[in-house]
Design a protein around this ligand. Structure first.
Ligand code: 5AD
Ligand code: SF4
Length: 407
């Protein structure tokens, strides 16, 4: 069997999957009993259409149907094609452990929620992953403890929008009225009532308490939902990394409105100011999209100026890729020419390169605590890891204290 786990976030991700599928043609011809399955978001987006478009595919399984894989395989062995693209309102895979381990035996990922309710107009995630659901904090805590006992020294808590994580007495957010949800998320309920809820800030405190030697990271924060409560928890615990990934997407309020991001340039600036005030040494990174529908030269320059202002440590930068079925596809025209998108992206990349160089220069002469994740790709004599701010640090093995080496 060959299963490909897929992403649908941009068109080039899907094109790569299609190329890979064509590579399997020969293998399938040589061995007709070979089963080929496409799993994940691209499967969810295209559903049974994928079976028509890619004849060699036998199984199409969306992100909520992993428990059903055995049945799907049996269906194929019975001579039929098999599709399960049902999205669940409850599935969090809480009892399936571990979610994701790195091969280094040191760092691991724990998914704390699934789905997204934000409906950014450019984004396919709400369609491919379904409604947002949070995972039981006890099961998250248990997994973190297990990982620590098994030698892991870093966990990254993962969600599309970790700041809207909310758990209460075994229920999900959708069963509550929006005002209570808002107050609970911002820790504004009377103390007794607030106690019933676990917010992301509470969850981080719980996980930070597992062991001082277990380092904690998280991703992704959302400027619309990030609370100061979370920032105070980050500042309070030495084992929570001083690093926030806060995707801005654009530095212009009109573009942000068209993107349905729920914040303005000014709101975003305030968020960054809060981070800098509460966690002065915090590393900050972002995601940026160039050439969204209707983006003018001036709007693009607002993105560059915001980058300069924020001084990002690093950025993930993309050209806008129209996704079928999204609000942007329905409401706007993808009217920024490819060449202009590329040039703007290049300007964004160049701006980031300068900012990263400034950050590197600032680090000269400083000492950082680094969790070694493995041997450097470039030299066997060097180890590689990241500092609290998530910057990769490569350092000679020889510098290590022998006492540390034997730990
Ligand atoms: N085109 C380009 N980039 C996108 N992203 C999400 N959807 C699109 C799209 N249609 C980017 C956003 C998001 C990151 C994970 O991917 O920047 O934060
Ligand atoms: Fe997509 Fe917006 Fe949700 Fe991120 S927050 S996954 S960009 S809809």
């Amino acid at each position: 069997m060959i299963f490909i786990n897929t992403c649908a976030i941009r068109d080039n991700a899907e094109q790569r999957v299609r190329t890979r599928l064509h590579d399997f043609k020969k293998a399938k011809r040589a061995k007709p009993s070979l089963i080929v399955g496409v799993l994940g978001c691209m499967a969810e987006r295209l559903k049974s259409k994928l079976l028509e478009e890619e004849k060699l595919v036998d199984i199409v399984a969306g992100p909520d149907s992993y428990r059903d894989l055995i049945n799907l395989i049996e269906t194929v062995e019975g001579g039929n094609k098999a599709v399960n693209v049902l999205l669940s309102r409850e599935e969090t895979y809480a009892d399936i452990s571990p979610v994701r381990l790195s091969s280094n035996g040191v760092t691991a990922f724990i998914s704390i929620m699934r789905g997204c309710d934000n409906m950014c107009s450019f984004c396919v995630v709400p369609f491919t992953r379904g409604r947002e659901r949070s995972r039981d904090p006890e099961s998250i805590l248990e997994e973190a403890k297990q990982l620590f006992e098994n030698g892991y020294r870093e966990v990254t808590l993962l969600g599309q929008n970790v700041d809207s994580y909310l758990w209460w007495g075994g229920g999900q957010k959708k069963e509550l009225d929006p005002d209570t949800v808002h107050k609970a998320l911002h820790h504004q309920l009377p103390a007794e009532e607030q106690q019933r809820f676990t917010t992301f800030a509470d969850l981080m405190e719980m996980v930070a308490g597992v062991h001082p030697d277990l380092q904690i990271r998280f991703s992704t924060s959302n400027p619309r939902d990030m609370t100061d409560a979370v920032l105070h928890v980050i500042a309070k615990y030495d084992n929570i990394c001083k690093y926030v990934h806060l995707p801005v997407q654009s530095g212009n309020s009109n573009v942000l409105e068209r993107m349905n991001r729920g914040y303005t340039r000014e709101d975003y600036i305030q968020r960054i100011e809060s981070i800098r005030r509460i966690i002065p040494e915090c590393g900050i990174s972002t995601d940026i999209i160039s050439g969204f529908c209707g983006e003018t030269e001036e709007e693009h320059r607002d993105t560059l100026s915001l980058m300069e202002w924020a001084g990002y440590d690093f950025s993930y930068m993309y050209k806008y890729s129209e996704r079928p079925g999204t609000a942007a596809e329905k409401k706007f025209t993808d009217d920024v020419p490819e060449k202009v998108k590329s040039r703007r992206l290049q300007e964004i990349v160049d701006t980031q390169r300068n900012l990263s160089a400034i950050r590197t220069k600032r680090s000269i002469g400083k000492t950082f605590r680094v969790l070694a994740e493995g041997v450097s790709k470039k030299s066997d004599e060097m180890l590689s890891g990241r500092n609290s701010q998530n910057t990769v640090v490569v350092f000679p093995k020889a510098n290590l204290n022998p006492a540390i080496m034997s730990m």
